[in-house]
Design a protein around this ligand. Structure first.
Ligand SMILES: [Zn+2]
Length: 229
């Protein structure tokens, strides 16, 4: 079982960054929920826990403690950027082992394949959620809420889907998640129109007897023919 802890940034009394009519806490929750739903419906042996599933206030300590106590294999924190910029960037802790940096590489690249955000690069920072987690941890900054072009993208449900899909593809690739097998294909339809079902109503040693029965059947309205075998 691969345990993935998803952390939608902010929430409750902490809206995070705001701009263009959007609040970071709402977008991060939308992305996180879609990632969770895709992972659990499409992949085998994956377990997902979230730091919050609604608009709750959760401290940074509570978030990392929940992931550590659960023994998560991977910690994914979702944020929206602000402060005058545009595009996508991701973070791991500067002291991360190479393994974590490889995960960041794969996940970052898969996200960039799915969305038309400017690629701001793979970065490192001493963030609480990256420092205090004992498992591999990564944080994504999904566009700038105070940039109107980025915000317009984040308002589209299809764009949120693509962002989630990029995260999911990256997680699946880097954590070797196995797709659930699709339901077995249906049997081909039994009544193949090219196939004939024949009804035989008699078999005779004497040809005359066969003709007599054929005549009776014709009179009754059936299409009849005699086959010699
Ligand atoms: Zn944030």
């Amino acid at each position: 079982m691969v345990k993935i802890f998803i952390d939608p940034g902010h929430g409750g009394s902490d809206p995070g960054a705001t701009g263009n009519g959007l609040q970071e806490k709402n977008i991060t929750l939308q992305i996180a929920q879609r990632i969770r739903d895709m992972l659990t419906s499409e992949y085998e042996n994956v377990s997902v826990k979230m730091s919050r599933t609604g608009d709750q206030t959760v401290s940074l300590n509570e978030r990392t403690k929940a992931a550590n106590d659960w023994n998560a294999d991977f910690y994914l924190s979702i944020h929206i950027n602000a402060g005058g910029g545009t595009g996508f960037e991701s973070y791991v802790h500067p002291q991360s082992p190479q393994r974590t940096k490889n995960l960041q590489n794969t996940i970052h690249d898969e996200i960039m394949k799915q969305v038309d955000f400017r690629n701001r690069g793979k970065k490192q920072a001493n963030f609480h959620v990256l420092r205090e987690t004992v498992m591999d941890a990564m944080l994504t900054e999904n566009g700038f809420i105070d940039n109107s072009a980025d915000a317009n993208k984040l308002k589209k449900s299809s764009f949120i889907d693509n962002l989630a899909r990029g995260h999911v593809n990256g997680l699946a690739k880097s954590l070797n998640l196995k797709k659930k097998s699709s339901p077995p294909p249906q049997d081909p339809p039994k009544n193949n129109p090219g196939q004939l079902y024949k009804v035989q109503i008699g078999a005779f040693r004497d040809e005359e007897n066969a003709k007599q029965l054929a005549d009776r059947a014709k009179k009754a309205g059936f299409d009849v023919y005699i086959v010699k075998e």
